[in-house]
Ligand binder design. Sequence first.
Ligand code: HEM
Length: 304
Amino acid sequence: MTTDIDATAARIHDALRSAPSSSPSHRALHAKGTVAEGRFTPTGELADMTSAAHLVDGSTPAVVRFSHPGADPGVSDAVPSARGVAVKLRTAQGTHDLVAVSSPAFLVRDGASFLELLAARSPDPATGAPDPGRMLAFVEAHPESLPAVQAAMGARVPASYASLSYNGLHTFFLVGPYGGRRPFRYSWVPVGGEHFLDAPAEGFDLATELADRLAGPPEAAFDLVVHLGTPDDPTGDPTAVWPERPVVVAGRLRLDRVAGDVEPIVFDPTNVTPGVELDPDDEILQLRRVAYGLSYGVRTSPSD
Ligand code: HEM
């Protein structure tokens, strides 16, 4: 069966917007976040593998949004869960958005399963709370969701948005200056290592922590770590964790300051430049493009 991407993304977006905590003036997911600015400087290690100039030399200004993944813009930062990062590189060849989360895998590999998941997680009308039995039934029917579910169950509170690794999860392709097409995945790895809090203080706030950090040491910087795949590695499936693969540090992202007035801004993981290609078999990636546009449309429409 071929999925109708526009219709399925619209159904998913509607389901997300129906959450009681969702706000039309915010993103349908990752509603709470904070934005910083900095620069991305490549190491040159990818020179033979991609014709994307910004991944090879020079340096590019970056707009970077960190977020809590949920629909609730008022969620407490003391809630353990994954976190997200979205990096926008505006280059002479076009915009490259690298949008990642701290989980090792995504929960589903197609839109129909995502709709099932949202239904399984929605509150039971009788109790007002999610029914653990329905979630268990979902995982039994979708064993591919296990790596993401296990990671969610073990999630901790990051000490800083700058002390967490984030993973792109999808497979992309590097296309070289002399031809050659090689699958890759990427991670943003914090230069100062990962740090978590066991007992966050009352009122702990990650946006304040980031602003304080950017006002002086310690720094906020990430390495763009590229995992070089083989033709046998799974494509089209962000639930599939890749085996250990050779890694290359493609560059470093340094954050300098809290961003000025950059909203409204949308980060679309299908924004790539020549030298980087999308995985044509990845339904989730196609759904994201449409769903992010719908969410952007709602949050930028004037309210009545
Ligand atoms: C079908 C699957 C998915 C759907 C429907 C979905 C939906 C959404 C929506 C509606 C937004 C808000 C967009 C906006 O208003 O700008 C969003 C934001 C975001 N999503 Fe997804 N998402 C999906 C998969 C993923 C995956 C696989 C990742 C990680 C690799 C991810 C990471 C993020 C991040 C980091 C943001 C925040 C972007 C920002 O700061 O503006 N999402 N998602």
